[in-house]
Design a protein around this ligand. Structure first.
Ligand SMILES: CC(=O)Nc1cnc2ccccc2c1
Length: 445
């Protein structure tokens, strides 16, 4: 029975009143606003997806790491106006410390690399799958949490690292049955924007702010983008220059505008030639409008998108060579990506690629009457010791047990009955072939 004594008002989650009303003080059964429960069926899909993430990480020779969901707020205070830092799920704990439910993983990775200091040898290839949080205003029904797979490489300054990360992403898509005609990966470099700002003699300190504004391309109108850029102090000539370069979709055109020998162009050319060698060239395309919305990116940035253009970015990432120095440490070149658990599932549904994830159990053991519950337990125990999944069923009619066996896709039904047990036997029914036979209890395997 759910709580009935305490008054319901203390048990609902504050903001939203229960959809079940507060009849006789039943607790709010929905989870807090913007969060979700995972039923067994939900968990089978999530576990399947996370197993794909893990398998690709293993194939790429990455090591798993993990962090607390709770972090010091200081790790995420940035001045560039990013949406992610304006929606921190932050609070003061009972010790008066400013803490947050982390909105992203990268700063925790950086913190651990700094903490490990000299005790780790570079390069580091680390991955994690973790829940991230945001506190959105009440008005929007969007989720406040999701799970992210993160892959990061520390200590590799050259674009080989980005090429490795793109390979991981392509391997993941291929494992899920997604092809390069379903999904593409837009690639660019923040050094493109840097080069443009230099052409207009725009001071360095505006770089991050301009990136965060330009990342809204496609989400807000061009006029609004231009307005926001102007409001940072850029001349309208510079704003036009930025918008023009960002609409480029060919590296050769970019080279014409920026001139040859520009680092951004050299990096991207190298990356595209690596892509040919890895065999994933048809998955990626240059698109100067990609800047990604996180302040700390400094070089190559990329995001995967569905070519039908129906969904938000599937995953995204880039190089962040200067993040560690913002935490007071020596810089270590780094790059990584985050891959959320939501958009990819929408895409798989769209493409009819969700796998059949019904339950599967090896054996059901069922005592045909009460005094056989002991023997049934010893049979279940010996089968479990052999690693077979056993569902020990009692106090049910046989009709129910057959139905149940179908529902959970049991391979065998083992019936413990008096007449057989007297002879040390049990009855085994193979559910796929309907074959039925007796077996010595001790010889069951
Ligand atoms: C589609 C979706 O659930 N997005 C989502 C949900 N929760 C978040 C929480 C923190 C940061 C990003 C997030 C992004």
């Amino acid at each position: 029975r759910l709580f009935s004594s305490a008054s319901s008002s203390t048990l609902t989650h504050g903001e939203a009143s229960s959809t079940h009303g507060d009849a006789d003080g039943v607790v709010e059964v929905n989870p807090p606003r913007g969060t979700r429960d995972f039923t067994p069926e939900d968990m089978r899909l999530r576990t399947w997806l996370f197993d794909q993430f893990r398998e690709v990480s293993r194939i790429m020779a990455f090591e798993e790491v993990d962090f607390p969901v709770l972090e010091s707020e200081a790790l995420f205070i940035r001045k560039a106006g990013e949406e992610i830092t304006q929606q921190l799920y932050n609070f003061e704990d009972k010790g008066g410390r400013r803490v947050v439910l982390r909105p992203e993983i990268t700063p925790s990775l950086a913190r651990l690399v700094i903490k490990q200091g000299k005790s780790v040898s570079l390069p580091l290839k680390w991955f994690t799958i973790g829940q991230c949080w945001r506190y959105e205003r009440m008005t929007r029904g969007r989720r406040r949490e999701h799970y992210q797979w993160n892959m990061d490489i520390f200590g590799v300054p050259k674009v080989r690292a980005e090429a490795e990360l793109l390979h991981a992403i392509v391997l993941l898509f291929q494992r899920l049955g997604i092809t390069s005609s379903d999904v593409g990966i837009r690639v660019s470099s923040r050094k493109v924007l840097q080069a443009v700002l230099n052409m207009y003699f725009i001071p360095e300190h505006l770089f991050t702010e301009v990136c965060v504004i330009v990342d809204k391309l496609g989400k807000i109108t061009r006029e609004e983008i231009e307005k926001e850029l102007i409001s940072t102090g850029l001349s309208s000539e510079a704003v036009q220059g930025i918008i023009n370069v960002l609409s480029l979709k060919s590296l050769s055109k970019l080279e014409e505008v920026l001139g040859s020998g520009v680092e951004a162009v050299a990096d991207l050319k190298k990356l595209f030639s690596f892509a040919e060698q890895y065999g994933y060239a048809d998955w990626i395309c240059f698109d100067a409008s990609v800047v990604r919305g996180l302040a700390y990116y400094t070089g190559i940035v990329f995001e995967a998108f569905d070519r039908e253009g129906k969904l938000r970015a599937i995953c995204g990432g880039g190089r962040y060579d200067r993040l560690l120095s913002t935490f007071g440490s020596e810089d270590i070149p780094a790059c990584g990506f985050g891959f959320g658990d939501a958009v990819i599932v929408e895409l798989l549904k769209e493409k009819g690629l969700l796998p059949d994830l019904s339950r599967q159990i090896d054996d059901i053991v069922f005592p045909l009457d009460e005094e056989l519950e002991g023997p049934a337990s010893s049979i279940a125990s010996s089968l479990r010791k052999k690693g077979r999944s056993v569902d020990l069923v009692e106090d049910k009619r046989l009709k129910w047990v057959f139905k149940h066996a179908e529902r959970i896709n049991a391979s065998r039904l083992i019936l413990v009955g008096n007449s057989e047990w007297e002879r040390g036997m049990v009855r085994v029914k193979i559910l796929s072939t309907r074959e039925e036979f007796e077996v010595k209890a001790g010889e069951l395997e």
